[in-house]
Design a protein around this ligand. Structure first.
Ligand code: SF4
Length: 398
């Protein structure tokens, strides 16, 4: 069942870009930070939160005060000191009205959540922990620089549940060095049997932005690049997860996300349903409503620029066409897909007609389905989703 989007409630993302070690596959703006760097980062973050209202006014954007989801991502936010987390929460609460029962998520690395930060998080209202597990096979984890073992991951999940956290999720990656269908099956089996409520499954991204990606592209052997399975194998591993996880009670509700009943990430659903969200911190992105559409912003991805209070860059200020494009490619990421009738009611014919024609071809190619006007990606379509989105929006470009 699709959750109704509520534009009056804001989602907040807080980026904490510090990690204990940099994973070889990581293409995020994150790195190992000194305690001093973390301290001045928190100060800058709180100043940015305090300036959010004035910033929205200068952009001509609407800024809802009521917040129903907060997501601490990164990086490894569980490395914050309790007093730092307290200060960030204080800044959020003096500028926003965080609703009772808000979904508040803390990303963490297994084995890197001290007792003090866990206790403080729960006291401050954190209701959900998302663990960067990536694999339950020690050789695979070690090959990309993860610092945990399978045993430590399981112990961490059991500990979080015992501490009263109901929502505990994990990320897994298909396509890690040395991964096989059998080893992946083991990771999926452990993930579905250890008390997790949510799973995100990503395919390893091979690009210039990570050390492992660069080495794979160069055909080298550093970072275990020679152990990375071929792209077709990674795609098969993803398909294996799509088949296996629903059988274990984890419904796929988005291209990369699976959840037990009632355990979807409310925060992430906001991105796909185009409800407003505001990001603070390094490389954080925002989308706010304006009277004519929406404005999208991105913070600097260089720590020096962010620390120097360089303001967010405007990525787009969209009207009807941009809203249409986003409705298509964000909506199709979700299992509910896109309802043509709703689309036709909200957007003009010159946008919807070429799109509907493209859908006909994509259905014939088994990349999409069209059931009584509800469009969805097929499993094959999900694997080449960017190509499908491109074809759907080809005729829309103005
Ligand atoms: S812990 Fe996460 S953010 Fe940090 S380097 Fe590894 S993948 Fe990147």
């Amino acid at each position: 069942m699709q959750q109704a989007s509520d534009n009056s409630m804001l989602g907040i993302y807080v980026s904490v870009p510090f990690c204990r070690a940099k994973c070889s596959f990581c293409n995020f703006a994150s790195g190992v930070g000194t305690p001093e760097a973390m301290e001045s980062y928190v100060e800058r973050l709180c100043a940015e939160i305090d300036g959010a209202g004035a910033n929205a006014v200068s952009l001509g954007a609407e800024l809802p005060r009521r917040v129903d989801t907060v997501y601490f991502g990164g990086g490894t936010p569980s490395l914050l000191a309790p007093q730092q987390l307290r200060r960030i929460f204080a800044a959020l609460r003096r500028n926003f009205d965080v609703a009772d029962g808000a979904e508040i998520t803390l990303e963490a690395a297994p084995g890197q959540i001290g007792d003090a930060i866990l206790a403080e998080s729960q006291r401050l209202g954190v209701s959900r922990v998302s663990l960067g597990v990536q694999s339950f096979i020690d050789r695979e984890s070690a090959s990309v620089g993860r610092l945990h073992t399978e045993r430590e991951c399981i112990q961490e999940i059991v500990r979080l549940r015992a501490e009263g956290l109901i929502e505990v999720g994990a990320d897994l990656i298909a396509g890690l060095p040395y991964q096989t269908a059998e080893s992946w099956e083991h990771s999926l089996e452990v993930a579905t049997g250890v008390g997790l409520t949510h799973l995100s499954v990503y395919m390893l991204e091979i690009d210039e932005d990570s050390r492992l990606g660069q080495e794979v592209i160069a055909g080298g052997k550093r970072f275990h690049a020679h152990g990375v399975p071929a792209e077709e194998i990674s795609a098969e591993l993803y398909e294996q997860a799509c088949a296996r996880l629903p059988r274990a009670g984890f419904t796929q509700y988005e291209i990369s996300n699976f959840a037990g009943a009632g355990h979807r990430s409310r925060h992430n659903v906001k991105y796909w349903q185009r409800t407003p969200y505001l990001g603070f911190g390094l490389d954080a992105h925002s989308m706010l409503r304006t009277t004519t559409g929406a404005v999208r912003l991105a913070n600097p991805d260089e720590l020096g620029q962010y620390a120097g209070a360089q303001s967010a860059r405007e990525i787009s200020r969209g009207g009807v066409t941009e809203a249409f494009e986003e409705t298509i490619f964000l909506g199709l990421r979700m299992d509910e897909g896109v309802d043509f009738q709703g689309l036709a009611a909200a957007f003009p014919n010159e946008l919807t007609k070429p799109c509907a024609e493209a859908v006909r071809d994509l259905v014939a190619e088994d990349l999409m389905t069209d059931e009584d006007g509800r469009w969805r990606l097929t499993l094959r379509g999900r694997l080449v989703s960017n190509e499908v989105f491109g074809r759907l929006l080809e005729g829309v470009a103005v």
